[in-house]
Design a protein around this ligand. Sequence first.
Ligand code: SF4
Length: 323
Amino acid sequence: MISELQINEERTISREEAIEILNTPDEQLDELISCAEKLRRKYKGNHVSVHILTNARSGNCSQDCAYCAQSCRSKAEIDKYKWVSDETLYQHNDLVNKYHLSRHCIGLSGMKFTDKEIEELAQRIRVMKEKCAHLCCSIGFLTEKQACMLKEAGLDRINHNLNTGRNYYSKICTTHTFEQRVENIHMLQRLGFEICSGGIIGMGESREDVADMLLELREIRPEALPINFLLPIAGTPLENADVSVLTPSYCMKVLCLARLMLPKSDIRCAAGREIYFKGEEKKLLSVVDSIFASGYLTESGQGIEDTIRAVTDAGFECEIESM
Ligand code: SF4
């Protein structure tokens, strides 16, 4: 039972305990939330970091990630483009400053990039850094040279998700391996990048797989850990995925476990927030301290002003990191 676990930071949660936490009976959920909230308050106070996301390169990806509308396997009807217009990119970046958001996240579809493409991205990063925004790029496998080019341009953080547990990875992607992802993250950490790395829940994985993913993330110690709850997208292999497992209480147990295992990381409720936690922002934000305001690459979100209002209405403050 959770109360018997006496969760605290001096005590490392084992795999068995992690699975037990995911199996917490619903009548003990409030107790679990209050354990997680203590750590959230200790390390994150009352702050919520609000991020916006720009899909800078969309579609035509050579990889076969089953959840992704941008994959070569996907028949989803999405916009496909090599670079979003500079006007859109910089307008979004200005919103970070206008609304005092925490970070501008920039997603690029694809797994490999030429040095020329990375230099084009670096030029855009330099322009955006002049406005002091904190930036994170979600980008595939970089060479060390390419990572250094982005670091030199001022990029603060890179997102590279593990997505699911090691043993389940080949069920959702066959064109690269889990280990390649881990190695890429370690290379980026050696070069001094902050890391954002998390996963997606609801792809048919077991609770053991979720625990295993979080155990791997505990080794990585990312500065930010986004948890997405699957939004099945028509035209992707997971369009008919059974997401009945994603009850608000199970989603909350996953987020609590993430907080308990990585108490100092920014725990972000990413995709699915608007569905699984609608009207439950106060409870959600008592565990997580980070959310997106403006959509998830090919899916829309709540909008900046509504998100800020939801944060303040729930009694929290938006963290001001940008100018
Ligand atoms: S998740 Fe990334 S690597 Fe996988 S298909 Fe989508 S864009 Fe490509």
